[in-house]
Design a protein around this ligand. Sequence first.
Ligand SMILES: NC(=O)C1=CN([C@@H]2O[C@H](COP(=O)(O)OP(=O)(O)OC[C@H]3O[C@@H](n4cnc5c(N)ncnc54)[C@H](O)[C@@H]3O)[C@@H](O)[C@H]2O)C=CC1
Ligand SMILES: N[C@@H](CC=O)C(=O)O
Ligand code: NA
Length: 813
Amino acid sequence: MKILKFGGTSVGTPENIRQVGRIIQKSIREDPDISVVVSAFTGVTNDLIHVSELACRRDRQYFKILQRCEKRHAETVKVLMPSSAQPVLCQVQKVFHELQDILHGIYLLKELTPRSVDLIMGFGEQLSAYIISCFLISQEVPAIYTDARKLLITDDVHGHANILYQKSARKIRRFYDKNPGLKIITGFIATTSDGISTTLGRGGSDLTASFLGAVLKADEIQIWTDVDGVMSADPGKVPDAFCLKTLSYEEAMELSHFGAKVLHPPTIQPAMEKGIPIRILNTFNPKFEGTLVQKDPLHHEFPAKGITSIHHIALLTLQGSGMVGVTGISARAFSILANHAISVILISQASSEHSICLAVKPEDALPAKKAIEKEFELEIKARFVDRVQIEKDLSAIALVGESMRKTPGIAGRLFHALAERSVNVVAIAQGSSELNISVVVSQADEVRALQAIHEAFFSKARKLNLLLCGTGLIGSEFLRQLAENHDNILKSKNLDLHLIGLSNRKYGIFRTDGIPPADWQKILMQGHQSPDPGFFLRHLKKFHGGQTVFIDLTASGEISQTYESYLRNGVSIVAANKIANTGDYDGYQTLQSLSRNKGLFFRYETNVGAGLPVLRTLKSLLETGDTVLKIEAILSGTLSYLFNTFQSGEKTFSEVIREAQEKGFTEPDPRNDLNGLDFARKLLLLMRECGEVVNLEDIRIDPLLPVACFEAATVDETYTILKDYDPQFEEARLSAAKNKRLLRYIGTYKNGKGNIELTEIDSNHPFAGLKGSDNAIIFTTKRYHENPLVIQGPGAGAKVTAAGIMSELIIDN
Ligand SMILES: NC(=O)C1=CN([C@@H]2O[C@H](COP(=O)(O)OP(=O)(O)OC[C@H]3O[C@@H](n4cnc5c(N)ncnc54)[C@H](O)[C@@H]3O)[C@@H](O)[C@H]2O)C=CC1
Ligand SMILES: N[C@@H](CC=O)C(=O)O
Ligand code: NA
């Protein structure tokens, strides 16, 4: 058999009741032996409390509210069973007359006792269960309206009466023996042995269902509510939170204690004692499997089950040299708090016994301080104990899960996740049950901490948020590759590359729910116009969504100046832009040390040889103790293409330069390739990575073209001027060819010096066979001496560069 319980929202409107009817009918088809427990319609219990208080204050307003409440119930009846409403309406009217009489009595007496409040509150469930049972009958589902006062006997603690097990169990069994069939039972209400109405307190209807389930040895108790089940975290604070499949009773209690309000702990007790599973289900999403709370859940997908938090707590610290080794200190502190009915949320004491930390509700902080200080008055006077310190504006966060027990590394993972997001931990508590690890953090850090812990324990995939600046040649190709490869990377690397920010000179957009890379153009145009370099940084101030990386695919000095701020804000950097690394030496150094100290990454492999593994190789040579003696390199894809193509004599020098631009090898301004600047930047960076303290002006560039070529106002004009130099280059080519030699623009680093010049080489030189935009780098090192290490391949172009950027995002991630 099954017990189904429907909460207030599930029976809030006629449409919702129809939905409940459908669920009941479907359940009957699967197992005819069911009982249904219902709460009052949403808001009715509160209305009833309100009207009784108003009546007690002699405020005639109560009458109006009562009428409204009656009308609501009558309307529900009319909508639900238009052709058989009359007798039901008469009964509803009768109930409201009775209620009115009681309220009138309160009005006259000006007295409202907990006992009368219980009596009045109980009308909500009576009306709801009665109307629902009539509705089911009208649908030809035989249902018996059952007032739970026929089943549950309690003591007389009005407001939160305690069920008397034996007496109630006897009554329930007897009633069930005599009344087979579907019963629609009022939740929340009960009676004393003397027939006085009582209520079961918060979560009372759940308790009714749980108790009935326990007595009747139900196969399952279903709590139908308006959420899908118990979530791994509050989805308002952790967008990635998901619905948990299974929980143990203890886990459910721990999670409910810390704010996940789906189940109220005392209501679990009867079901837990008899090992009856409780399933949380959503009335409005009935196909969803919900959360199953049971004795020994088999399903342990994650070591932890959920994270909850209490947004606002205060921490009291009781400390003093006189506390060390003295017995009874904590007993006195706790009993004094108990005497003052102050509930302690969390306790932490170091083994030095020098201090005890207690978390309490903020409103309890001052009374608790006063009470403890009074208790320890003498010790404080004698300076054995200090005055109690209060820290406010704190949040308590708890990670809960049975499988955390005896699993090493849980605490390590938790604190690592917090450290990674720069969350400072104020206090820590873990009971020996290891079911719950609690940390206290500043309120401002609460959401960040929740998200960090959630990602560390519940993410199937690690998420890397991307902020991309620059959507030109490289940027747009990168976005294309991201759209194409995102799912593969997710599958193979368990890494979710989540684009949250995109900008170019014209537009900027920041969307925490993600920008689908395939639709970037359309979405970006809906963004903010003419974003300034601080655009993403401003948005980041309000964003606590996890590990984030800024990708610079511009050639802008203004943008490279923002790197420091990104790093200071905990954001890593991947740059194709070479300006930051090739500006003044101090700037280069600052970024290096800042990223290291912050535990972030600053990657720029594409700065040299685009996607070729040049810097990575150099780094590993140096890290393994090798010494670079000499580097000879062709580091300009544009100029490499120029000489490789031009040597055939089919095209003029200026024609080949234009082709290099069309193929995407050049810088946004191709003059920066032709004047050797781009080449020099790369050689400079190689030298800096080798440990040289050098600047751009230290690199000697033998200009390929006269200064006049670069004095033109526009790139087009430059091309016109370049034409004039075609004959000169043709002559140089022919003269080299006559001697069976080739022209190459080569950079050399040796003895601390950097040099770039046009050189004639033999046809058997390693650089002779280059094709297209090939770069080639020859490392002569102590280890690679006789036979140097050569890296060669396309060193420019959108595809290889964008792939190089992608590789930097997924490497080590
Ligand atoms: N072409 C290649 O093979 C390689 C290029 N690179 C580097 O890649 C970078 C990008 O090159 P391309 O895509 O060819 O450039 P591009 O000129 O095609 O695109 C640059 C993008 O940056 C944006 N941008 C420029 N300044 C900006 C600012 N202040 N704020 C926001 N957005 C801004 C532009 O709107 C444009 O979307 C350059 O730094 C280049 O040196 C690196 C390796 C190889
Ligand atoms: N413009 C550059 C592209 C790579 O950085 C080149 O020509 O090599
Ligand atoms: Na590279």
